[in-house]
Design a protein around this ligand. Structure first.
Ligand code: NAD
Length: 506
């Protein structure tokens, strides 16, 4: 593992370009966005936002409370009907969403730099993945308002006309995590806007900056006030939205524990809900696989975004006869990785998001060690002198599926590898866990590819690639990985209600 300029002195803001720095310094407190206005929290509370690469404060934002949730939900409810976002001619709504895509594109570098600073991820990744995909999602969903057609139904009653209308579900509370702050926001905002819903977006307490900027850009392009409100804040802010009777639908991405709680509350209040939760996804290298490609892919699958991805390939199942070679190749890659702050263009792996996440990941590593898993590489905090929350890319080897590090989502740069004897055994072991977000196969045999794709219990199966994402391709989990799908037509339908209209003709 090599080091980059993690120790450079000065303010973390020094590494930003002019536009990003100017926005960061535009206000002492980055305030809530409610009904088109930037307003402080009613009770004046704020959150300090920290650079995970240095632990230095970089911004202060308002911490929305119950009163702010009330104002934001009321604004969204008014905007739904008047000036009527829901009933706006679809072509106009489409143009406004396209205009937001254009604005995000015009501010791409600024957004990527703010994201790299706030989240710690490499700025190249923030630009190529977070911002680029955010633009693509907005463009894709901008195509939908003009295509939300109902059907005329072939009912058997005489002298009646029966048809369906697809109507917006209403006011949406959209609660997102810190690992892909802008992208997770857009995954939810874009289909909601396309369907004519209005929303209150609640970014994670660690990473609220790009969501606030997105809200500003939405206003600048002419999306009416109250349609897209941004309530920065903590868990209590999220809970206030979930509990609010004026919310019709909750869309949540985050931990399974919080997802369960939100699901229970939504069940009691009968709010619509979609939950995109954690994962412990297994990649299987088949005996016939191209090992070089598999090692490269398996490495990316787990260490991408420093392992802080819900679909991280954090388990690896390797044929026993190739196990030592695969582990050695992975170890070499891990030790050659360059850790550093997101704004350093040479960084491959950024820090973890927070001191709490660092603690959590290190305690999993300790647990793995003491439970008897073999530590192949890593296992320690890295670049400690920088003050940042770095963990060295870590690989464990174990034959047991019972260890906590095999069963639980670590959400850090930790791979757990296991040898297997037969593909059937590998599939059984991959399917044994509580989660079902993603799974992957590395093989050159078409039969193996499709046989395993059908047998693996997961919302997404990757074959000879990992982590592909597209606004047209549904994404979501089964079992403890969540409820519902985002993206594509299915993602859109989560923001629509179907109304059936019967008309007597005689
Ligand atoms: P979290 O689930 O606690 O937080 C995610 C979002 O939900 C944040 O915006 C948070 O403020 C909000 N929130 C928290 N509690 C809430 C509540 N009771 N009601 C309403 N909103 C609430 O996740 P975290 O603490 O930031 O991360 C912990 C773990 O979650 C990670 O280690 C990881 O395992 C998992 N995680 C998963 C994803 C994913 O993409 N699936 C993303 C981030 C974190």
């Amino acid at each position: 593992m090599s080091e980059s300029s993690a120790t450079a002195a000065g303010s973390p803001l020094d590494a930003l370009g002019a536009a990003a720095r100017s926005w960061m310094q535009s206000s002492d407190v980055h305030r809530l966005l409610i009904d088109g206005e930037r307003v402080p929290a009613a009770d004046g509370r704020v959150l300090t936002i920290v650079d995970p690469a240095t632990a230095q404060p970089i911004a202060t934002v308002s911490n929305g409370g119950e009163e702010d949730a009330e104002r934001a939900v009321s604004a969204a409810r008014v905007a739904l009907r008047s000036p009527s976002w829901a009933a706006m001619p679809p072509a106009r709504r489409a143009r406004l969403i396209s205009a937001l895509a254009d604005a995000v594109e015009a501010h791409a570098s600024e957004l990527a730099e703010i994201e790299a600073l706030d989240n710690g991820k490499p700025v190249k990744l923030a630009l190529a993945v977070d911002v680029t995909l955010a633009i693509e999602h907005l463009r894709y969903f901008a195509g939908w308002p003009t295509k939300l057609e109902g059907s005329v139904l072939p009912v058997s009653q005489a002298e009646v006309h029966c048809y369906t209308r697809h109507e917006p579900v209403g006011v949406c509370a959209q609660i997102v995590p810190w690992n892909f702050p802008l992208l997770m926001a857009v995954w939810k905002v874009a289909p909601a806007l396309a369907c004519g819903c209005t929303l209150v977006l609640k970014p994670a307490e660690q990473t609220p900056l790009t969501a606030l900027r997105l809200g500003e850009l939405a206003l600048e392009v002419g999306i009416p006030p109250g349609v897209l409100n941004v309530l920065s804040g903590d868990r209590a802010t999220g809970a206030a939205l979930v509990d609010h009777p004026g919310v019709d639908k909750i869309a949540f991405t985050g931990s399974t524990a919080v997802g369960r709680e939100i699901g229970m509350k939504a069940g009691r209040s009968l709010k619509r809900v979609t939950l995109e939760l954690g994962g412990k996804s297994a990649a299987i290298i088949a005996p016939d696989a191209d090992v070089d490609a598999a090692v490269k892919g398996a490495f990316q699958a787990v260490y991408y975004n420093s392992g802080q991805a819900c679909n991280a390939g954090s388990r690896l199942l390797v044929p026993a006869e190739r196990y030592d070679d695969v582990l050695e190749a992975l170890r070499e890659r891990a030790t050659a990785s360059r850790l550093g702050p997101g704004l350093d263009p040479h960084t491959q792996l950024g820090p973890l998001i927070s001191a709490q996440q660092l603690e959590r990941v290190l305690s999993y590593i300790e647990e793995g060690r003491s439970a008897g898993a073999e530590l192949v590489t890593g296992g320690t905090r890295a670049l400690e002198h920088s003050g940042g929350y770095y963990v060295a890319p870590t690989i464990f080897s174990t034959t047991s599926d019972e260890l906590t590090i095999v069963r639980e989502e670590i959400f850090g740069p930790v791979l757990v590898a296991t040898p297997y004897e037969s593909l059937e055994e590998a599939v059984e072991r991959a399917n044994a866990g509580a989660y079902g977000l993603a799974a992957g196969i590395w093989t050159n045999d078409l039969r193996t590819a499709h046989r395993l794709a059908a047998s693996l219990h997961a919302g997404t199966v990757y074959v000879n690639r990992w982590g592909l994402s597209d606004p047209a391709a549904p994404f979501g989990g089964i079992k403890a990985s969540g409820v519902g799908r985002e993206h594509g037509r299915e993602g859109l339908e989560a923001y629509l209600e179907t109304k059936t209209v019967w008309t007597g003709l005689a």
